[in-house]
Design a protein around this ligand. Structure first.
Ligand SMILES: [Zn+2]
Length: 383
């Protein structure tokens, strides 16, 4: 899996095509769900020659198809490339927007997901010596399980914060001198409000970074500003992902509010919601992802429901790579994958329809909610 760091968009595309071929070779015909969906295109896809050919031959995947497959083939469905005995993790979506989706991972897939979350934390500056508090009760949702292992892989001290009242969680955070707080934006606000009502002195906080996920608030300027006021000295780092695809983006260290898609793990397309064709630079479209790294339970051209606005057209090979400098080779502790030049800059406009976030009122963001249309032909765009 290890390889050179891509130095250009052309190199990124080459790397994606190589990983895509590996994925398709493993998936067809072993994976019943994918092989069935691809139908007569399956043979051609095993010899796919370009990413554009892949897009032309491969139908989009909707969440409803996955739900229906799991309903018919309970409990895990048929999107499985290996025998069940190969899988070691089971997670599921929250189900707030419909039937929960269960998702299985092999050890190899899980390691790749942890590596991707490690990039989220690296971008936020997390390193050995940090103390990372997870204000989260670990349940079926995948996100912070990965974050916990990712922080551990970076050498940080991990502080589980589940099963406590908010006041007790705050006192633990202060007593143990946590430097990083991982939670949803809504909960970070709630913790600060709890400090006020419980007269817990926030001035004693050592938290310098809030790594937020699960809701779109981390990329809403007013919400970011509100959080950074409530947590003096801390910067907000947003991230987004979904149980069924894993961590997708992280926030650029030098461009607050700009999210980078991790393109060594995903082939990302941004499609016009009406025409289904790729959007141009600075136009909004739906983020469609192919998971290059999750061979045990892959998704091909998955409609995420996320409305994004790419800074440039993803297929523009002349587009500059990000100036933040991430992606240069770095010492590795545990995960020997190639490091990306992150480049596909997208500003996320709304949370995915996978439905992790609770409805919440946030400054400047109005009423945000995590919903997905019950009708798969409707591409809900709201904010
Ligand atoms: Zn950047």
């Amino acid at each position: 899996m290890a390889g050179a760091v891509p130095a250009s968009r052309a190199a990124i595309r080459t790397q994606q095509l190589r990983r895509l071929r590996e994925l398709l070779a493993a998936t067809i015909p072993a994976n019943p769900f994918q092989t069935r969906r691809l139908g007569s295109a399956a043979d051609a896809l095993r010899k796919v020659g370009s990413l554009s050919e892949f897009s032309r031959l491969t139908p989009l995947t909707s969440k409803d198809e996955l739900v229906e497959d799991q309903r018919r083939h309970a409990p895990f469905g048929t999107n499985l490339t290996y025998p069940l005995s190969r899988y070691i993790r089971c997670h599921q979506t929250s189900g707030t927007s419909g039937t929960p989706l269960r998702w299985l991972d092999t050890p190899e897939s899980w390691d790749e997901l942890v590596a991707a979350w490690t990039e989220v934390l690296r971008a936020a500056g997390v390193a050995a010596g940090d103390r990372v508090m997870f204000a989260f009760s670990f349940g079926p949702f995948i996100g912070f399980w990965l974050a916990f292992e990712a922080a551990e892989s970076l050498g940080a001290l991990c502080l589980p914060g589940g099963g406590l009242t908010s006041a007790a969680r705050l006192r633990l955070l202060l007593d143990l001198e946590a430097t990083i707080l991982c939670c949803t934006p809504t909960y970070a606000i709630h913790l600060a409000e709890t400090a006020r009502t419980e007269r817990i002195p926030m001035a004693a906080s050592r938290v310098r970074c809030l790594v937020v996920a699960g809701e779109p608030g981390g990329s809403i300027p007013a919400t970011r500003a509100h959080l950074e006021t409530l947590w003096p000295g801390a910067r907000v780092f947003d991230h987004h992902g979904m149980t069924e695809v894993g961590p997708v983006t992280y926030e650029c260290p030098v461009q607050p509010g700009v999210l980078h898609v991790m393109e060594e793990y995903f082939f990302a397309e941004v499609l016009d919601p009406c025409s289904g064709t790729p959007v141009s630079a600075n136009q909004r479209g739906e983020l469609v992802l192919t998971t290059l790294h999750r061979i045990g339970s892959p998704l091909l051209r998955y409609r995420t429901g996320d409305l994004v606005q790419p800074r440039y057209a993803p297929e523009d090979l002349d587009a500059p790579l990000c100036a933040c400098g991430w992606g240069h080779p770095r010492p590795r502790r545990r995960h020997p994958w190639p490091r990306r030049r992150h480049d596909h800059r997208a500003r996320r406009e709304r949370v995915s329809g996978s439905g992790r976030g609770r409805p919440a009122t946030v400054p400047g963001g109005g009423r945000i909610s995590s919903n997905a249309s019950p009708n798969p032909r409707v591409w809900p765009i709201w904010r």
